[in-house]
Ligand binder design. Structure first.
Ligand code: MN
Length: 240
């Protein structure tokens, strides 16, 4: 039995470094996985896929609006072309390989765009102001989401209302045809999606990694990913 290898995507910082918050790595390690950081622009993805047992498409800056046929918005920030290209390809490969995949924040938006969905370019322009989804101009806030009963997400976290850590100014507008919406906020914002045609592809608009160290419910998402990765690895080993 091998320890599951969980790839975590990273971004290019303003200082030309590859970065990802340590909380993603810690959550994977607590769940018993090995965290492998994947830089933007990585090629030879077939070789990478042979090593990975699971994938986290992590949070970060905005996806270039050209990828969902949008003219853009002045509030769009931190576009990372090599990261977009890598992650859009990884999302397709993850479906083809049935690789267990967790999307977080930007990662949820990325999965949606990869399969033909669109995004709200700047949420404050389009929702009522009853719920803050980030502290302006930056920082995390807490708000409630409502998780749909019967979803894979509900099987992991439970259904109904749950308070989560939120830090985003964009969200899913039109869900991709292959995705199901599995959680929403009271203002109508899409807060989670999953791919019912895939063994384990879930995505949340909130940040489970931010609270997972102290919140066993949010940590459970990472445990579930690593458990799915373990099964994926064993099934693949049995075939070869
Ligand atoms: Mn939110």
């Amino acid at each position: 039995m091998r320890t599951p290898m969980i790839g975590i995507t990273t971004e290019t910082s303003a200082n030309n470094e590859y970065t990802v918050p340590v909380e993603y790595v810690a959550a994977v390690q607590r769940a018993g996985g090995v965290a492998l950081l994947i830089p933007p622009g990585q090629t030879n993805l077939d070789a990478l896929l042979r090593v990975l047992d699971g994938l986290i498409l992590s949070g970060g800056g905005d996806i270039d609006p050209v990828h969902y046929a949008s003219p853009g918005h002045p509030a769009v920030y931190m576009i990372d072309g090599p990261r977009d290209a890598l992650e859009l390809e990884l999302a397709q490969l993850a479906v083809a390989a049935e690789l267990p995949t967790l999307g977080v924040c930007r990662g949820a938006q990325l999965i949606n765009v990869a399969f033909g969905g669109t995004l709200v370019e700047h949420l404050p322009d389009e929702i009522d102001n009853t719920i803050a989804h980030r502290r302006e101009p930056q920082g995390a806030v807490q708000h409630a989401v409502n998780i749909a009963p019967g979803s894979r997400l509900a099987a992991i976290l439970g259904s109904g209302e749950m308070v989560v850590a939120s830090w985003h100014h964009q969200a899913i507008r039109t869900p991709a045809p292959v995705l199901h919406v599995t959680a929403t906020a009271a203002d109508g914002t899409v807060e989670a999606v999953e791919h019912p045609g895939h063994t384990w592809m879930l995505a949340v608009q909130w940040h489970p990694e931010m609270t997972a160290a102290k919140d066993p419910t949010q940590q459970q998402l990472f445990h579930a990913l690593v458990a799915a990765a373990q099964q994926y690895h064993e099934a693949r080993s049995a075939r070869t």
